[in-house]
Write a protein that binds this ligand. Structure first.
Ligand code: PGA
Length: 263
């Protein structure tokens, strides 16, 4: 894992956007794995800026989102489809027909999950998967206890996640209890994974994911099994890392050897 610790939330957003932009310039028809939540919003704003001011084009890009609440229509104010349209897709030149979010109201849940897996394969697999992380260590809606080999399926939200997401719905009671989510195995199939986290609330989940034992107790720890993960953190999210000094030194060494593209 490459662990990149930056000053603050804004620097993390810049770095994540630069990372995506670099892939898109290299591979204009890349397949992106996208995430929702508060964390990626700043990076999406930067990508919109890069599109508007610097001509970054998404015309040939395809995308797959990690998850969607079960029971919400696409135009529900809190649906992840709507979030993506508003926060990223509408302001850029992406072809919406090439953007996928799991259905919130599928006719048949199992068929919809299998179809999502099949569509990812048919697109050639995901080149770069963006991830946030929950306070409880979840990635997408793979809550603690999820199989590290899990595929796209219906999952139940953990109590901490319901509590954390109540801020978007106005009340805990309004948060859906279930979701369709890519599994941990699905996520690990991406060619490269980019995990981003900001704020001290994520520090424990980050320490468990990067340095803890690989365990379904902390779903993010499954990322240790992937050969190409880059983690962008602000100082607050990094402060529980035992080997923080080592990661900083490692970045310096690699930079001096000219081995890394740097934010
Ligand atoms: P957040 O959620 O970005 O809103 O903190 C992250 C997540 O639950 O994956």
């Amino acid at each position: 894992m490459r662990v990149v610790v930056l000053e603050d939330e804004s620097a993390v957003a810049d770095a994540v956007a630069a990372h995506f932009a670099s892939l898109i310039r290299r591979k204009p028809d890349a397949v992106l794995g996208l995430a929702t939540g508060g964390t990626p919003v700043g990076a999406y704003q930067r990508l919109i800026e890069l599109h508007r001011r610097h001509g970054l084009s998404f015309r040939q890009i395809s995308s797959f989102n990690l998850d969607e609440y079960l029971g919400l229509d696409e135009d529900h104010p809190q649906s992840y489809r709507r979030f993506m349209n508003e926060q990223l897709f509408d302001p850029i030149d992406i072809d919406k027909n090439r953007t996928r979010v799991p259905p919130g109201r599928p006719d048949d849940i199992r068929t919809a999950c299998q179809r999502y897996e099949d569509e990812i394969v048919a697109a050639g697999g995901i080149d770069l998967q963006l991830l946030g992380i929950g306070r409880d260590g979840h990635i997408a809606f793979n809550e603690p206890g999820s199989s590290l080999a899990s595929r796209t399926r219906c999952t139940t939200l953990a109590a901490t996640t319901i509590l954390d997401n109540a801020r978007f719905f106005g009340s805990e009671d309004l948060v859906p209890r279930a979701a369709l989510t890519m599994g941990i195995g699905t996520i690990l199939d991406a060619r490269q994974i980019l995990l981003m986290a900001t704020g001290s609330g994520k520090a424990e989940a980050i320490a468990g994911s990067i340095e803890g034992p690989v365990s379904s107790r902390v779903p993010g720890s499954a990322l240790q099994l992937h050969p190409d993960v880059v983690v962008y953190l602000d100082a607050a999210a990094a402060h529980r890392l035992e080997y923080l000094e080592y990661y900083l030194e490692s970045e310096r060494t690699h930079r001096s050897l000219g081995l890394l593209p740097f934010p």
